[in-house]
Design a protein. Structure first.
Lengths: 165, 165
């Protein structure tokens, strides 16, 4: 399976650029996250806060590591799955991402956090996909530029296709 | 690198973002800015979150909450952080105005002294978002940019405060 990376124009800031991915001809993952959860009134406050946090990172603070959480601790040097988690009112929403640097983040998908144990959580499938994306993206970046993924890059290549196995 | 295939972004993003009440949006922004300010100080000092937690007598988990960008800081906590770090996190407009006047006085005194500067031009760098007291003065050398940083211990700002401050 191949996915393509797309810059999100609305979320292109001076400090940070946010990307998302598209699987085949389907909707982009971040758009799917917004559409799926945004149509449910009870999750809109949590979504709004996630969006404001993304906006603030872009406008001022940068995508610092401390603004993200990790369900599973990363091994040093690996590109790992991060997430933004907001607990408010009726539930906790979780948006999985790949944070390449303070200025480059790939926003993926997510859902409702129903359990602290990822194996028992409703959003497990999105986490697993994000983990596969991490492996594929790191390989693609290293192959393309022979660059340490931890340092991050300014832009991702046009039509970058990443193989997910 | 080539530019990516750009996508506009989901229209629901702004629709949901604009549903946040103004007061709540302002609160979120201030929370984020305070977190960013603390992070900036820690980065400038190459201070790890663990060391910061130890110095504050707090757990790493609590510090992670502080720096998450969505924490509800109390004034007491901010005062404790400022005291511990010896740095200002929040400045009122009046304080900022007084500190600006103090630095202007300092500059005027330096210009008439016999101190040899690389350049007669002194540029005052002031960060106004959020209000940050000026702690750096950059002498600019026209041949090459030369930055000289003065710490608070080098300049006794208090002695230059306008009378009655």
């Amino acid at each position: 399976m191949f996915v393509t990376i797309h810059r999100i124009a609305r979320l292109t800031f001076e400090e940070v650029v946010f990307y998302t991915i598209r699987i085949s001809n389907n909707e982009c993952e971040f758009d799917d996250f917004i559409t799926r959860l945004g149509t449910e009134k009870k999750y809109r406050p949590q979504l709004a806060l996630i969006f404001q946090l993304i906006n603030e990172m872009g406008a001022d603070g940068g995508a610092k590591e401390c603004f993200f959480q990790h369900r599973i601790p990363s091994k040093n040097g690996d590109l790992h799955v991060s997430h933004i988690e907001i607990k408010k009112g009726n539930g906790t929403l979780i948006l999985y991402c790949l944070r390449l640097s303070d200025s480059l983040v790939v926003l993926l998908n997510g859902g409702v956090k129903t359990h602290n144990d990822i194996e028992k959580c409703e959003s497990k499938n999105h986490y697993e996909f994000a983990a596969k994306m991490a492996v594929g993206l790191k390989a693609a970046i290293l192959k393309a530029k022979n660059m340490d993924v931890i340092e991050g890059i300014a832009e991702l290549s046009d039509n970058t296709q990443i193989e997910i196995v | 690198m080539k530019k990516t295939n750009e996508i506009e972004g989901n229209k629901l993003f702004d629709e949901i973002l604009n549903e946040i009440p103004d007061t709540e949006k302002a609160f979120n922004t201030k929370s984020f800015q305070i977190s960013s300010q603390i992070i900036s100080i820690l980065e400038n000092r190459n201070m790890l979150q663990k060391d910061f937690a130890d110095s504050m007598g707090k757990s790493e988990a609590e510090i992670s909450k502080w720096l998450s960008g969505v924490h509800n800081f109390t004034i007491k906590t901010i005062a404790a952080i400022e005291t511990n770090l010896g740095e200002t996190i929040i400045v009122t407009p009046k304080q900022f105005s007084n500190m600006t006047k103090a630095v202007e006085v300092l500059i005027s005194r330096v210009n008439v002294s016999n101190i040899s500067w690389p350049s007669l031009n002194l540029k005052l760098e002031v960060d106004t978002k959020p209000f940050v007291p000026p702690t750096k003065i950059f002498p600019i050398n026209h041949a090459s940019f030369k930055e000289v940083e003065f710490t608070k211990s080098d300049i006794n700002i208090e002695s230059y405060l306008p009378t009655g401050t």
